[in-house]
Design a protein around this ligand. Structure first.
Ligand SMILES: [Zn+2]
Length: 233
């Protein structure tokens, strides 16, 4: 062992040392990946990227129509956000073009509203032009028909393209120096590097730090999981 590694005179709390160690490892990994995205200060670590394929959230009454009265979604796997899950149940969706997309995953738990989240590519296939919206903001969104094994539900509105967003806790927000509702820019490095604008900050008590973007955005930026990004300053 080299004698140059002298223990610090003032012993630091184990938690603080762990944070330093995580930051050191992160720098090392990023350097090896050739990324020029560097954590600039303690706590400002990268934000994990998560790609959302097309999916639907359903209300109790719509689930009754699609899968039968009182049907309960069964869990396929947990999602990044605590309590949210991908169910084993899928539906077919149909748009104005009368073309369908099959195998659209239902996410749980059941919500107060029914919402289908599409990429622009999906929407073009379905003959729709859904607005870019925050979750639950459905007024004036596009009509869409949902088909399940027990029946169909024709919605006058409910198809959207989700606003790009980052989930985080209050503590993450303080560390990232942002607040709930802020719109920020996020830069993706690499040969297809680009900057995403209008990325919504969504702060919640029970959130996991995660940047959610749809498959069109992810493909444009050549996202390869797992990867992390930083908010552009
Ligand atoms: Zn999300």
């Amino acid at each position: 062992m080299s004698g140059s590694r002298v223990a610090p005179v003032v012993a630091r709390a184990p938690k603080e040392r762990r944070v330093d160690e995580v930051e050191r490892l992160t720098r090392e990994v990023l350097k090896r990946l050739g990324s020029d995205v560097e954590p600039r200060a303690r706590g400002r670590l990268g934000i994990p990227v998560s790609v959302s394929g097309r999916h639907a959230h359903v209300s109790r009454s719509v689930l009754d129509r699609l899968y039968g009265e009182g049907f309960r979604l069964t869990k396929l796997r947990d999602l990044g956000q605590p309590g949210e899950f991908a169910s084993e149940q899928v539906i077919t969706i149909v748009g104005r073009s009368m073309r369908a997309i099959e195998g659209v995953r239902l996410l749980g738990p059941v919500r107060e509203y029914t919402q289908v989240e599409l990429s622009r590519t999906d929407a073009i296939r379905l003959g729709l032009d859904p607005p870019t919206r925050r979750s639950g903001d459905l007024a004036g969104s596009e009509p869409i028909t949902l088909v399940g094994p027990a029946g169909a539900a024709g919605l006058r509105e409910g198809a959207i393209r989700a606003t790009r967003h980052i989930h985080m806790t209050e503590r993450d927000a303080a560390e990232q120096r942002v607040a709930n509702g802020d719109l920020v820019c996020v830069r993706f490095p690499g040969p297809r590097g680009l900057v995403f604008e209008n990325v919504l900050i969504r702060v919640a008590k029970n959130a996991a730090l995660e940047f959610h973007l749809d498959t069109d955005d992810a493909n444009a930026a050549e996202v390869r999981a797992p990867m992390t990004v930083e908010i552009l300053r």
